[in-house]
Ligand binder design. Structure first.
Ligand SMILES: [Ca+2]
Ligand SMILES: [Ca+2]
Ligand SMILES: [Ca+2]
Length: 261
């Protein structure tokens, strides 16, 4: 008899306190699922943009083989085309000339190719003129051959930190990732240019506008860039994705393709 009463009491169901505990546990479990999902989406965007940058680098090499020179950067006013002048480019720091390179991908109103966050992918090219003839060595067809490999001086630098850098050099050998890139490609990441950390500031400095949208976009202000692992640490935030053309690989391909002696 006693046993039956006790069993009946157990079958009453959950108390409010038990229900609250269950809901709390479920809430924690759901939060655990939601947070990694956001992180996964972000990782997918990073991967997608990294692939885009790789594809663009291959397209730039192909363009150099086919045209005997790298293309000039696009500007917001150049309809996705390389913005060239008689002796060089309209700007050395601009955007990927997606139409000139025939690249797939979403473009904005100014015909600028977009990364996975919907922001324009940047492209900078060396304006060096080692033979002093007034023509940029890397963007005028045949100019690299005239100057010769040994005399070329591509001058875009990538450093592992902005600390101690000048407008033309990293702080020293230990922080120099590359000191002689002919071209640099850059996605400004999820934050666009929101972070004000020194390393992110190193990758901006000027603005470029003049396109149909009326927007003005941040671009590099000098020849020094920073590439380092992503971080959200306060004051040290960094989410830019930076890649470049290695001069050795570049010359090797041009030689193999018969464009350089
Ligand atoms: Ca020249
Ligand atoms: Ca950024
Ligand atoms: Ca800089």
């Amino acid at each position: 008899m006693l046993k039956r009463v006790s069993s009946g009491a157990r079958e009453r169901g959950f108390t409010l306190i038990e229900l609250a505990i269950v809901m709390l546990v479920m809430g924690l479990l759901l939060a655990g699922l939601v947070m990694p999902l956001g992180a996964r989406v972000e990782q997918q965007r990073i991967d997608e943009t990294t692939r885009q940058l790789d594809d663009i680098r291959i397209a730039l090499l192909g363009h150099a083989l086919a045209n005997d020179a790298l293309p000039c950067p696009a500007t917001p006013a150049s309809n996705g085309q390389a913005a060239s002048t008689a002796a060089g480019c309209v700007v050395r720091h601009g955007f990927v000339p997606a139409v000139t390179l025939g690249l797939h991908g979403g473009r904005n109103e100014d015909q600028l190719l977009l990364d996975a966050w919907g922001n324009p992918l940047r492209y900078s090219v060396s304006a060096s003129d080692a033979d002093g003839d007034g023509n940029w060595d890397f963007v005028r067809p045949g100019e690299m051959r005239d100057v010769t490999i040994g005399a070329l001086t591509p001058d875009l630098r990538v450093c592992s930190t902005a600390a101690g850098s000048s407008p033309t050099a990293c702080s020293g050998n230990a922080t120099t990732v590359v000191s002689n890139a002919p071209a640099v490609l850059l996605s400004m990441g999820k934050d666009w240019a929101g972070f004000t950390s020194a390393d992110q500031q190193e990758n901006v400095g000027n603005t470029l506008g003049g396109g149909p949208s009326g927007r003005s976009y941040p671009v590099a202000g000098d020849t020094v860039f920073v590439s380092r692992p992503r971080s959200e640490a306060s004051g040290g935030e960094f989410d830019d994705l930076v890649t470049w053309i290695s001069p050795s690989a570049f010359y090797g391909q041009l030689v193999a393709g018969g464009r350089l002696p």
